[in-house]
Each structure stands twice: as structure tokens, then as C-alpha cells.
Design a protein around this ligand. Sequence first.
Ligand SMILES: [Mg+2]
Length: 331
Amino acid sequence: MNMSGQSFSVGGTPADRRIAHLDMDAFYASVELLRRPDLRGLPVIVGGGRDSGQGADYRGRGVVTTASYEARAFGLRSGMPLMRALAMCPDAVRLPTDFDEYRRVSRLFKHAIAQIAAVIEDRGIDEVYVDLTAVPGVEIEGGAAVAREIKHEVFAATSLTCSIGIAPNKLLAKIASELAKPDGITVVEAGDIPARIWPLPVGRINGIGPKATEKLAHLGVRTVGELAALPLARLVEAFGPTYGPWMHEAALGHDDRPIVTSRPALSRADRMRMSYSPTVYCASMVTPRLRARSAAASLCIESITPLLGAATARGGAQGSGSKYSTRRGAV
Ligand SMILES: [Mg+2]
């Protein structure tokens, strides 16, 4: 028991929280392939401008924003200079980025999720956290049944697949969504941490970047489990009084950050409407079946939808800008 009287699990969060992290699979490349089905099955990379030359003739300083899974098989990755990528895989088809289109599809998939669960934290153009705790049916298969429903709605709206991780908190949900990519659903419970999280490299923790990873390697720490076993004092010594303890908690799977449904970038009016929680929670209770029957419930969805659109339009560019410098993975 803690001070607030809630029960906490081994994972260090209220045991009944069900948080999903949803990440679209190779988002920009997948959106492009919808328009260019002839390129399916080929190594496709998205990045650079429209007039910089094709294939090995590409001359420019752009970087890969997304590589299709076929391109990843050649070692091509997000953030890699395009000229290097095309030297490594001369047959890769390069498509210029078209952010207007990605933002359009981003709004579609977020709206689709809101049909089932409206407590959504926008994390940029291709990923969100979703609070499933109050969603009907979340108790089935640890939330996997609701996740299947969300994936179904997202696919119906966009013809695109996504991967969903479900866990008691955001930190674990984010790690979980990577575990079965592409097109996967992974449920990680607090009790699964030793078996499923601890063997992973420390870099899988969102917030432990290349520099910290290297520094940890010098301390003999490569996996999350090794990080969890390192005495806290050594982490504080190496990383300071804030980052050190945070790493320790993260390695134990502890994270009590709430889902943040509004962003500072939103206008004051948007924020006030977003923070009107009865609307948000009402919408979170609405399944497509219920929605069809209830005009009142339908109203809730309608009032949320424009807000999601606004959050996407304003938040998308920021999210995508920071992502390439901080994330290993790909959109
Ligand atoms: Mg993605």
C-alpha cells in the first residue's frame, strides 16, 4: 500500500492501469506504398526532396526518414544519410517526403482509435499512448482483445497496420510495442519484467540514448537486467542525482507518468476543451456498437474528433522533428 491507498504491483504502478502504446508500422513508407502499390515488396526509402535525383544518382544531404521492412533487410535505417543508404542498396527506390499526406493519414488513424478509446496522448505523427483502463472488455486477454479491435479500426480507416504494446505503464507499453513489429500485439505484465524486459539491451528504454548506452557499457551494463542489478550509488555517481535514479526505476519497470491528453502547443481554447474530462471519459466508454445505439454517446465522439485533429496538426511536425535525433527505431 502506498500513501494514496492504491495497491502497487512489482512494476511499481497501480496494478489496474492498462496503457497501450500504438506505433504505426514503417509509417511514411507504408503511406507511400498505398499510392504506389507497384513498389510493394521492394526496398523503399522515404526522404529528401523531389528534385534531388533518383537511385544512385541522388545528390543531396537528406536522410532516410523511413525505410520499408524490405529496405531494412539491407541495413537501411532511419536517420541514415540518403547517399550512404543508396550506396548500400542501389536498387532501393527513394520517394520524397510528403508531410501533408502523412498528417492527413495520421488524423485518420487517430480518429479511428478514438472510436474505441478516447483517452489518447499524441506522441507525434505516427504514435500514441492510449489509456485502455476504462475501455469495456479490457479485462479480456490483458487488453489484447481491445487492441485487436483498435487495429481493426485503424486498418479499416487507413489500410495500414500498426503494432500495439499493452502494459501497466507507458514505459513498458512503449518497449512492448517494439517486441512484435510489424503488425503485432504484445501484452507485458509487471510479472513478465524479469523474463521479457531484462534480457533487452538498455537502449530499448525510451530515454536511454546512444551516449548513455555507451557509458553504461563502460560500467559493464548492456541489458536492462544488468542495469536493474547495478547499485543505485554507482548510477548516481556516473549519471548524477536525477538521471541515475530515473534509470534505476526504469530498469525495474517503474513509471507512473499519466497519459497527457493535452499539449502545451494547443491553443488555450483547445486546452480548456481537452481538459473537460467528462467528455473524454464518456467517449472512452463508447464502443462502436454502443455508439451506433446512442446518439448521446455519438455526440461525445463528435466533440472529441476535432480536438484530435488539432492536436495532430500542431503536434505532428514537432514530434517528427525530434524523433530522428532521439529514436533508434523507425517511423
Ligand atoms: Mg512507427
